[in-house]
Design a protein around this ligand. Structure first.
Ligand SMILES: Cc1cc2nc3c(=O)[nH]c(=O)nc-3n(C[C@H](O)[C@H](O)[C@H](O)COP(=O)(O)O)c2cc1C
Length: 200
């Protein structure tokens, strides 16, 4: 009888520990930013960051997440904004998968992944398709975020849903216009709170 009680207590303790570990799983912020320093300050967004980079760090700070910058292995040539829009348009039309630089951290340690980029032709830059093809986000909560020049989030949420059918993709996208991105800390917190993502 005593042994049975002991085993039951041990099982309860193990279950409580597992629940605690699940609750404390970390969040990860994945972002692309065309502008902004390669090595951003570890936290605390600064004004010389790229627009999406700033937003990514504001999320990182708000939810105490890890952060990873998604980059092309071969950076785009610096021929100005207009030329880049043309290159990006062609990439979208031809549905290319630019090689991604490096590898994502081990995803098993994260339950929520924030995936953000600048809106490029109404969608993520194509390197995100490379990433979504390569990695499996099944079972995770995915939260889209972006900065844009005024068009809004475009098709980002449906891109995530299509690529990751076994993830829980939030229907809403944290959407900040480029002109407001570097004053976005408070609106980021408000948005995260409204979606029950703060203090998870
Ligand atoms: C290739 C390219 C395509 C873009 N397409 C759009 C678009 O479809 N809609 C929009 O509102 N802004 C568009 N923009 C503007 C960017 O989304 C905006 O400037 C963004 O904040 C840049 O973020 P970053 O500094 O992190 O790179 C585009 C910019 C580039 C370079």
């Amino acid at each position: 009888m005593k042994i049975t009680k002991f085993l039951a207590a041990a099982a309860l303790a193990a279950a409580a520990m597992a629940a605690c570990q699940a609750a404390s799983a970390k969040a990860l912020v994945l972002y692309y930013s065309q502008l902004g320093p390669q090595k951003a300050a570890d936290a605390h967004p600064s004004q010389d960051m790229g627009n999406t980079q700033y937003l990514a760090y504001a999320i990182k700070d708000a939810v105490d997440a890890d952060i990873f910058r998604v980059e092309n292995a071969v950076p785009y040539e610096d021929n100005g904004y207009k030329a880049l829009t043309e290159v990006a348009k062609k990439e979208r039309q031809t549905n290319v998968r630019p090689t991604m630089k490096g590898s994502l951290p081990d995803l098993s340690q994260y339950d929520t992944v924030y995936i953000g980029g600048p809106v490029w032709w109404s969608d993520y830059p194509m390197v995100f398709y490379t990433m979504l093809d390569r990695y499996d986000f099944a079972g995770k909560t995915l939260v889209a975020f972006n900065t844009n020049g005024g068009s809004g989030p475009g098709v980002m949420v449906s891109t995530l849903k299509r690529a990751e059918p076994n993830a829980r993709v939030l229907d809403d996208c944290l959407d900040i216009s480029s002109s407001k991105s570097k004053q976005s800390n408070e609106s980021v917190k408000t948005w995260l709170n409204a979606h029950s993502l703060l203090n998870k």
